[in-house]
Design a protein around this ligand. Structure first.
Ligand code: TIH
Ligand code: FE2
Length: 325
C-alpha cells in the first residue's frame, strides 16, 4: 500500500508513521490503488468501452482537484448516466423491505420524503453531505478512484467519507465490481445517517491511524465485512447492513439467501478472513445488531497491541495521539 504522504517529518511521539492530524490533512490522503480498472481488467463491465473509460477518468480528475473546504463538485450527469441511476434505484427499492435493515429503511425513507433522493435524477452529493452532517457529523469528500486502505480508513477517523463520482457501466446497472456514485448514494449515505454505523466507521478509522501495515489490513477487512458487506439479524431473518450489498441488486438477494455461508461476526476471526472483491462473496458475517458490532469492536481494539491511542476532538477537528490508559 502506498503511504501518505510521500515524505514528511513526523512530530508524533506515538508513531513513526505519518498520520493526518487535522481534517484538512486529508488532502494528502488521496492515494489511488489500481485494481479492477476498466482500462486493464477484462472482468470490468467497462473494459474496452473507450467513452466510458474517458468519462470515468474525467470525473476522477475533477475529484482529485478537491481541497478541504471546497464546495463538492456539481456534476452534470448525462441522460445515459441518469438512466443507469433510475434502473438501479427502481430495482433496489423493491428489495428494500425484505432485505435491508430497519435503520437503512428508516433513513432512506426520510431522505426520499425530503426530496433528496428521487428516481428522476442522481442526487446532489453536496445536499446529501449536508444532510448526513446534520444527522451524524459525517461529511462526504470526493476521491478519484479506489483509495489505499490506509488513506480511506484515515478519513473515517474525521467522520469524512471518500466518495466516487462516476457511475457504473450501463450494461451492468445491478452490480459494479468497484465503488461508484450509485453505491455511495444508495448504499452508504442512508447508513451514515445512522449514529451507530457512524460510530463504528469512525472507530475503525481511529484504530487505523499510525497502525502497522498488517493492522491496516485487518481493520480494512473488518470494515469490509461490516460497513461494506455485513448482515444482521432482524425479525428472525438476515438483513443487509453493508452498503456494498444494499447497492447491488443481485448480491443483496444472494447474501440474504441460503446459498452463501453465514458465520457469526467475531472480530478476531473476521479480521483475518480473506475476502472476495471482484464478485459476490461466498460467505458473510452476521451480527446481532449494529450496536453489537461496536461492542465487539471495542473489545477487539483493547486486544490490539498499541503504544498510543488516537483521540478525535470534534471542536478543532483534530486527532491527538495519547498514551494508552
Ligand atoms: N458491488 C457494489 C455495487 O454493485 O454497488 C459496489 C462495491 C462496493 C464495494 C466494493 S464494490
Ligand atoms: Fe463502499
Amino acid at each position: 500500500h502506498p503511504k501518505s504522504p510521500d515524505v514528511e517529518v513526523c512530530e508524533d511521539e506515538g508513531t513513526e508513521i505519518w498520520i493526518p492530524h487535522h481534517i484538512s490533512d486529508l488532502d494528502k490522503c488521496g492515494h489511488v490503488v489500481v485494481k479492477y480498472e476498466p482500462t486493464d481488467d477484462p472482468k470490468h463491465p467497462g473494459y474496452g468501452d473507450d467513452a466510458y473509460i474517458a468519462r470515468r477518468a474525467e470525473l476522477n480528475a475533477i475529484a482529485r482537484t478537491y481541497k478541504h473546504g471546497d464546495p463538492l463538485p456539481q456534476v452534470e450527469y448525462t441522460p445515459a448516466e441518469q438512466a443507469t441511476w433510475r434502473t438501479a434505484y427502481t430495482a433496489l427499492k423493491e428489495l428494500r423491505k425484505d432485505f435491508t435493515c430497519s435503520e437503512y429503511q428508516k433513513n432512506i425513507e426520510k431522505m426520499e420524503a425530503a426530496g433528496l433522493i428521487t428516481a428522476e435524477r442522481i442526487p446532489s452529493i453536496q445536499a446529501l453531505s449536508d444532510y448526513i452532517q446534520r444527522r451524524t457529523g459525517f461529511q462526504l469528500r470526493p476521491c478519484g478512484g479506489l483509495l489505499s486502505a490506509r488513506d480511506f480508513l484515515a478519513s473515517l477517523a474525521f467522520r469524512v467519507f471518500q466518495t466516487t463520482f462516476y457511475t457504473r457501466h450501463p450494461s451492468k446497472p445491478h452490480h459494479c465490481p468497484e465503488p461508484d456514485v450509485i453505491h455511495e448514494i444508495l448504499g452508504h449515505c442512508p447508513m451514515f445517517a445512522d449514529p451507530e454505523i457512524a460510530q463504528v466507521s469512525q472507530e475503525i478509522g481511529l484504530l487505523s491511524l499510525g497502525a502497522s501495515d498488517e493492522q491496516i489490513e485487518r481493520l480494512a477487512t473488518l470494515y469490509w465485512f461490516t460497513v461494506e458487506f455485513g448482515l444482521c439479524e432482524q425479525d428472525g431473518k438476515v438483513k443487509a447492513i453493508g452498503a456494498g450489498l444494499i447497492s447491488a441488486y443481485g448480491e443483496l438477494k444472494h447474501a440474504c439467501s441460503d446459498v452463501p455461508e453465514h458465520k457469526p461476526f467475531d472480530p478476531a476471526v473476521t479480521a483475518v478472513t480473506t475476502y472476495e472483491d471482484s464478485d459476490y462473496q461466498p460467505m458473510y458475517f452476521v451480527t446481532k445488531s449494529i450496536k453489537d458490532v461496536m461492542d465487539k469492536l471495542k473489545t477487539y481494539a483493547a486486544s490490539m497491541s498499541k503504544s498510543f491511542v488516537n483521540v478525535y476532538d470534534p471542536y478543532s477537528q483534530t486527532v491527538r495521539q495519547m498514551p494508552p490508559e
